[in-house]
Structures are given as C-alpha cells and as structure tokens.
Ligand binder design. Structure first.
Ligand SMILES: [Fe+2]
Ligand SMILES: [Fe+2]
Length: 328
C-alpha cells in the first residue's frame, strides 16, 4: 500500500506515524499520484501551505508587471513595444488564474489582496530591483522568466489540481517571455560596443538576484520537506537552482558575456557549473521589505487598487441589476 516513494530528494517515504486515518488515506492518494480537487478532504496544513504558496505566486505575477511596465512607453521600436505589452498582459493573466486557484481553497480574494497591500504577504524578492536601462528588460525575460520556468514546470505536476492546471498554460507563456528576453540580449550583444556594455551591466545586476529566486538553501528551507511529501514541491531549491545555472551559463557565453562571479567554474567530475557564495543577507533584507524598490512597488499596487475602486463598484452594481432583472 505504501510502496510508492516520493520524488527525488525526499528522505524516504513519508511516515504515517501520528497521522489520523484521514491523513493517512490522504497521503496514500498523494503517493499514488491521484490529484487533489477542491471538494476533497485535505489536511488543514496542506490547505494553508497551498494558499500561502499560490497567493505569493499570484502577488509575484502582479507586482512583477511593475518593473517592466516602466519600459512600455520607452521600448525602442513598435515591435518591441507590442511584445512587451503582450508579456506584461500575460503576467496579469497569470495573477488572475492563480488568485482563482487560491479561491478554490476557500479563501477570499479580498483577504489575499489586503495581505499584500498591508505588507503582510510576500512576493518574489526579484521584483524589488529597479529596471535602469532597456537591457534590463532583456535580462528579466532571459533570467527572471527563465528561473520562473525552472520553478514552475514541476508545478504542472503539483498534487493540487487547480494549481497544476493553471501552471500548464502559464509555463507555455513563460517560455515565450524567456525567448523574447534572450532575443533582446542577443541583439544588444551583436550591436555597438555601448549596447554590449548595457547588456553586460544588466547581467551583472540581475544574475545574483535571479539565483536567489529559488529561495534559501535546502538546509534553511523550512517548508521543503513537508511540501515534497505532499507533492506540492517536486524538487528542492538547490536542485532547481543548479539546473538553472547549468542551463544559463552556456547561454551567457554564447552571448559573449561574462558572469559576475570570479569563482564560477565547470566541475568536470559532477558535470555541473559551480558558483561562488550567494549573499543571503541581501536576500533576507529584500524579503523583509528593505530592497531598493519595496516601498515603491507596494505603493504602486495600493494606488492602483484604490484608483480601481470605481471599476469594482460599477461591476457590483451591474451584477445586482442583472440579478434583479433575472428575478423579475
Ligand atoms: Fe508569469
Ligand atoms: Fe513571465
């Protein structure tokens, strides 16, 4: 009955010790890769973990529109403007699918938004960095969307059905985002000396923050073990980070750029690229609200929410009128 082990990296199969019969039956279904649906019984902690993860993910999509939105009016050509507009709109869509997926767990969207606006909820630390030049739009697509894909592909097989299904479409769109970013970098790197310098400068600033996107090292990641037993998470932070590094270093070399890490080296024995020390104090500082743009980002979200009050009001009145008409 308990024959199936959890995925790679798990420390053996989850023990049933101390579980109620419902919890043990739930774990059995997870082990058999049976998807959990909104009406199924689930442990309270599973529900809470998912609400936290999916809402953080939704907030990240919405806040992630801000650094790039900054460049829509300054894109260097009509073609670039169209592509960037489409990408930023995709991110809004990702946020909406994810808020909807979170709502299937019985949480109210208003509650999630209040938590974001009050600074209680977290979102990805990467979006608290500024976009200083057009090359940053290339670096974000290439590195930030690239890291997002690495994180999100395994989520298409997450045990919670609505989250897994939302991720399928999101991943397709992310792959377009990654390519548009790389294409911008490629064009800059084939351009003038000054353009290539811009590309290098963007890589220098975005490389380390994008490695931090995978979260703290496995030893310090508090949620990893339980999330893996529940198949919310399929790989550890360090595994995904290493995959991203191995994929991205050769791409940087193809561009003719240098990674801002003097300790970077290829390890023949393991077949992996090894990096120097990540400055985790920077990560924690940014997560705790003290990154370069935290206040600006949150301020922009709150302002957008307040300025959108009339839309919500109009939608509510319209729905009431429709309902009244139906009743009549
Ligand atoms: Fe996205
Ligand atoms: Fe994206």
């Amino acid at each position: 009955m308990y024959s199936q082990l959890v995925d790679t990296g798990a420390k053996g199969k989850p023990s049933r010790e101390g579980m109620s019969p419902e919890e043990a039956a739930f774990q059995d279904r997870i082990d058999q890769d049976i998807t959990v649906e909104p009406r199924d019984w689930m442990p309270e902690q599973y529900r809470k973990t998912l609400i936290r993860q999916i809402s953080q993910h939704a907030h990240s999509e919405i806040v992630g529109m801000l650094p790039e939105g900054n460049w829509i009016s300054r894109a260097p050509s009509l073609r670039r403007k169209l592509i960037l507009l489409a990408k930023v709109q995709d991110e809004a869509g990702h946020g909406l699918y994810l808020y909807s997926a979170a709502e299937t767990l019985g949480v109210d969207r208003q509650e999630l938004l209040d938590a974001l606006h009050s600074g209680k909820a977290k979102y990805s630390s990467i979006f608290n960095y500024p976009t200083l030049t057009w090359a940053d739009i290339g670096a974000i697509g290439w590195l930030v969307d690239g890291a997002a894909i690495m994180n999100q592909i395994p989520l298409c097989r997450c045990s919670y059905g609505p989250y897994a299904r939302a991720m399928v479409r999101i991943c397709k769109e992310e792959s377009f985002h990654q390519r548009q970013g790389y294409e911008i970098m490629l064009e800059l790197c084939r351009g003038t000396e000054e353009q290539k310098r811009m590309a290098q400068d963007a890589l220098n600033r975005w490389w380390w923050p994008s490695l931090m996107m995978f979260g703290p090292p496995d030893g310090e990641s508090v949620h990893t073990q339980q999330s893996m037993a529940w198949k919310i998470k399929r790989h550890t932070n360090d595994e995904l980070r290493q995959r991203f590094i191995d994929q991205t270093v050769p791409q940087a070399h193809y561009l003719g750029l240098t990674l801002p890490d003097p300790e970077l080296r290829y390890d023949e024995e393991s077949g992996h690229w090894q990096i120097g020390e990540i400055d985790w104090s920077e990560f924690w500082r940014v997560i705790q609200g003290d990154g370069p743009c935290n206040r600006e980002r949150l301020g922009a979200r709150v302002r957008a929410y307040e300025e959108g009050a009339w839309v919500r009001e109009a939608a509510r009145v319209h729905a009431e009128k429709q309902a009244a008409r139906r009743a009549a």
